[in-house]
Design a protein around this ligand. Structure first.
Ligand SMILES: Cc1cc2nc3c(=O)[nH]c(=O)nc-3n(C[C@H](O)[C@H](O)[C@H](O)COP(=O)(O)O)c2cc1C
Length: 190
């Protein structure tokens, strides 16, 4: 069982990083092979809408997104982690999502599996936001559920924590980190 974690925050050791690390630790404790990729360390050019992918389902931009495509194909469970920035996911996460346009083309234009095979994969979302407004996570959730659906990844749940702003504030939440550890275990077990 391979679990891929995608860290979308620009802030290393911040709140979503801490939650993601616990999910991955929980998954590893149940025997999963875990790998975390930090998007901010990669070069992912935004989609140029050149439509080249409509021909063969391949993106013609050759950058670190090639690694992401491979890692998604190899994973059984994919955990996306992003704080809320201006009501959505971070620019790093959005750039990655948009580059899955080539996989959208595979599925809807070329009628082939978006991730190379018909294997069942599961997807999980982690987010935090500094504010406590109602519907804080709704726009991000719509986007995350959409990309999972397009990639034939079954949505397996989320961990969302409002009112978490300062770096490391999540550690002061009564049980967020233990919830994350348990969620990682459950993802692998269930
Ligand atoms: C550019 C930027 C935009 C933000 N926009 C929002 C927002 O729209 N709503 C919100 O609740 N928090 C917003 N925040 C606060 C972050 O979501 C919050 O600080 C979060 O804890 C950061 O998580 P991290 O440590 O994983 O990066 C924003 C922060 C930044 C830097």
């Amino acid at each position: 069982m391979k679990v891929l974690g995608i860290a979308g925050s620009p802030r290393r050791g911040g709140n979503t990083d801490m939650l993601l690390a616990e999910v991955m630790r929980g998954a590893a404790s149940k025997g999963a092979e875990v790998k975390t990729i930090i998007l901010n360390n990669l070069k992912i050019t935004p989609c140029q809408h050149c439509d080249a992918c409509l021909e063969k389902g391949e993106c013609k931009i050759k950058d670190d997104m090639q690694t992401i495509y491979q890692e998604f194909e190899q994973a059984d469970i994919i955990v996306l982690a992003s704080p809320i920035q201006f009501t959505g996911v971070t620019a790093q996460m959005k750039a990655m999502i948009d580059r899955f346009q080539s996989r959208w083309a595979r599925k809807y234009v070329l009628k082939v599996p978006p991730l190379g095979d018909g294997r069942k994969r599961k997807g999980f979302f982690i987010s935090v936001g500094g504010r406590t407004v109602t519907d804080l996570f709704e726009p991000a959730l719509v986007m995350i559920k959409t990309i999972f659906r397009i990639l034939d990844i079954a949505y397996a749940g989320e961990l969302l924590f409002p009112g978490i702003d300062e770096k490391g504030a999540i550690a002061r939440h009564p049980d967020a980190l233990s919830q994350a550890f348990l969620a990682g275990q459950k993802l692998v077990k269930g």
